[in-house]
Design a protein around this ligand. Structure first.
Ligand SMILES: NC(=O)C1=CN([C@@H]2O[C@H](COP(=O)(O)OP(=O)(O)OC[C@H]3O[C@@H](n4cnc5c(N)ncnc54)[C@H](O)[C@@H]3O)[C@@H](O)[C@H]2O)C=CC1
Ligand SMILES: N[C@@H](CC=O)C(=O)O
Ligand code: NA
Length: 444
């Protein structure tokens, strides 16, 4: 039998790699590419040559890397015709979008961590990559180091996914965890998350839920074979979560978590939402601390799967980028491309008002006979069934002699539009003081 002679991978012409961005993630990617060069060569079957690193500002510490590699002209770097792979870890929409499209146009495969760009303009990027026959890989864009893009895109592609639910933002999980376990103040916990390299350049993306919404859109597109954009996702951030919510959650045997919830209903329509929610302390998501993320996937044949690990930070995210880099490089060596976008199903999106879940409704009321019964009647009138009621005195406020009680009413499964009708009616009643606060309840 004839056998092919093994080829020494180090002798093959190297694959040329350009790195866009050398911040929290990029600096760790550059470190691994240089420090692990020999192993990477053996795993790929060919050497990688880092030919350029684009940054915004050249007045910087080069972190032990060759200063000659650095440029502040990213456009010129991606316009080279000899690049095999461009790694994009700059972030944001422009000029990144134009840089990635230019790189594709010049024949480079792409590895990106940029969920914001994919959730907004994924269609344009996938179309360009497919028509040029190059790869577009993005494991780092969802839940940092956790392998979740590849399982949804490849491992589970023969199954029928019905639910994806979990924690997909490290910064908000870190903040809520600190507020819960140490009583930390929101702003202090956010500042620490920024110092640790978890937060986006503008942390509004984290705390207002835009980052989680982008990740939810990417996962929904993969899981349901339906294009879902960040703007299609119902979104609430964690800026309105107070220490009172956290104390009340504990009293009810729950913790507050920022969740992404993606579901299909019996008609096959898709709902995608991100918001803070109460999770029972016994639920596996409740013990996911720090900047860790965790995602449950439910499917027809596999049943229930759980993925957990570091969701943010330089080295963990670099691990996901490097996995994609090796895969894309292997494809390049073989002259093939990985899977393109699969959005053939184009399922309908369920409006948020039609979504069903459980709720905790907190109302400050005048502490008088009949008020609890009147409040309960409003729930019943809108088909919202109350499971438990907790009543406690409100904190006394200076100069106010009115007796105020706090009602915390946990509902059974109810429709969002019905619950919102309850909130409107409660706020109109003369016994209600201030606004009615609602937290959704997820997980059994
Ligand atoms: N930090 C994290 O934990 C994670 C970040 N990501 C994503 O990775 C990407 C990068 O994030 P970080 O490294 O945290 O950001 P960073 O802000 O630390 O680094 C950004 C880098 O891009 C460079 N840059 C900015 N504008 C540029 C331009 N116009 N041309 C060339 N270079 C430019 C900066 O000089 C810097 O080196 C983002 O898309 C982010 O969403 C994804 C998962 C986790
Ligand atoms: N800012 C993001 C970084 C990773 O995607 C997060 O906190 O999860
Ligand atoms: Na990932």
């Amino acid at each position: 039998m004839n056998r092919l002679e093994p080829v020494d991978p180090a002798k093959l012409a190297p694959l040329k790699v350009a790195l866009l961005g050398c911040g929290v993630v990029g600096s760790q990617v550059a470190r691994v590419i240089t420090e692990q060069a020999e192993d990477l060569t053996n795993r790929i079957g060919c050497r990688l040559e880092l030919v350029g690193i684009a940054v915004r500002n050249l007045d910087r510490d080069f972190g032990g890397l060759d200063p000659e590699l650095f440029t502040d002209d990213a456009k010129a770097l991606v316009s080279r015709d000899d690049l095999d792979i461009v790694i994009e870890v700059v972030g944001g929409i422009e000029p990144t979008r134009e840089l990635v499209l230019t790189a594709i146009d010049h024949g480079a495969s792409i590895v990106t961590a940029n969920k914001a760009l994919l959730a907004q303009d994924g269609e344009a990027l996938f179309t360009a990559a497919e028509s040029r026959g190059v790869d577009l890989y993005f494991e780092a864009a969802v839940a940092g180091a956790i392998p979740i893009v590849r399982p949804l895109r490849e491992s589970l592609v023969g199954d029928e996914i019905t639910t994806v639910m979990g924690i997909v933002n490290g910064t908000t999980n870190y903040i809520l965890d600190q507020m819960t376990t140490t009583g930390a103040d929101f702003d202090d916990a956010l500042a620490e998350a920024q110092r640790l390299g978890y937060a986006e350049a503008d942390p509004t993306a984290d705390v207002e839920g835009y980052d989680a919404a982008a990740k939810a859109a990417i996962m929904a597109t993969l899981a349901f074979h339906t294009r879902v954009r960040g703007a299609d996702v119902y979104r609430e951030g964690i800026t309105s979560v107070t220490s009172n919510d956290i104390v009340l959650a504990r009293k009810l045997g729950c913790v507050v978590k920022m969740l992404a919830v993606l579901k299909t209903d019996v008609q096959g329509a898709v709902s995608v939402r991100v918001h803070p929610a109460l999770v029972p302390s016994s639920h596996p998501l409740a013990s996911v601390g720090g900047a860790y993320n965790a995602i449950f996937v439910e499917s027809r044949d596999a049943g229930r799967l759980m993925f957990m690990g570091p969701g943010a930070g330089g080295s963990p995210t670099a691990s996901a980028v490097m996995g994609d880099l090796v895969t894309v490089a292997r494809n390049r060596v073989r002259g093939v491309a990985g899977p393109g976008e699969s959005v053939y199903a184009q399922r309908a999106m369920t409006p948020m008002g039609e979504v069903e879940t459980r709720y905790l409704v907190r109302i400050n009321v005048v502490d008088e006979p009949g008020v609890l019964a009147a409040a309960a009647a409003i729930f019943a009138n809108h088909n919202v069934s109350v499971q438990t009621v907790d009543q406690s005195p409100a904190v006394a406020r200076d100069g106010e002699d009115e007796e105020i009680a706090v009602l915390a009413m946990m509902t059974h499964q109810a429709r969002e539009s019905d619950l919102q009708a309850v909130v409107r009616e409660l706020e109109e009643r003369s016994f209600t003081r201030g606004t009615v606060e609602v937290l959704r309840v997820e997980g059994k």
